[in-house]
Ligand binder design. Sequence first.
Ligand code: NAI
Length: 216
Amino acid sequence: MDKEISQAVIRRMPRYYRYLGELIDAGVERISSGDLSSRMNVTASQIRQDLNNFGGFGQQGYGYNVKYLYDEIGKILGLGEKHSIIIIGAGNLGQALANYVEFEKFGFAITALFDINPALKGRQVRGIAIHMIEELEAFTKEHPVDIAALTLPKSKAEAMASQLAGLGITAIWNFAHVDLDLAGQNVLVENVHLSDSLMQLSYNIAKDKPRHAAPQ
Ligand code: NAI
């Protein structure tokens, strides 16, 4: 792709993809940008602008072919390729991620978990082995790893991210509550902080509540 697409547009793409997937499941073959816009609560012009970044896809008077658009957005998001994920930290969150089967639908396969806790040695989550962290280097030499999910304590996250970069892993899906500083290392980081979204919700709850009257 020649043109640099803004991250704001990229961030909206998974939502288009999800809605289009639901339309396919509902047997809808084509949709106008107006219809898609009212379902998604995004303006029709925003949809057209977003999709024009990738060459349009729509036809005047016809709208969008749902399956075609779904497939094209999937390609834009790189979902046609298989991605292997390892999880570092096989605690509550790491195991919950490993237990979630839907990632596989989009081509993401969790291939191993790693931990330092010897009590987890030899255990499996949904058939996926938990390895001891000492085995990480050998594992990455033998198996392709595209993404490492960090679900370990935040105090360990940065050192682990550097180690992963040293092993040639260039994409980190970071759940530890820390802004990773990986300057100079060629690593892509995507941070996921559920608490940020919860705080936004909390703000909106507070905003809608009448304020307590000031004491007289
Ligand atoms: P947990 O304590 O259940 O699991 C952490 C695991 O990491 C443990 O099994 C521990 O043995 C392992 N570990 C510690 N040091 C390690 C190392 N150097 N290498 C490999 N494994 C190591 O904790 P939980 O609840 O699963 O949370 C994990 C992390 O995710 C924490 O940092 C937590 O703050 C964060 N978190 C983030 C959320 C988010 O939305 N981003 C939501 C929930 C938790």
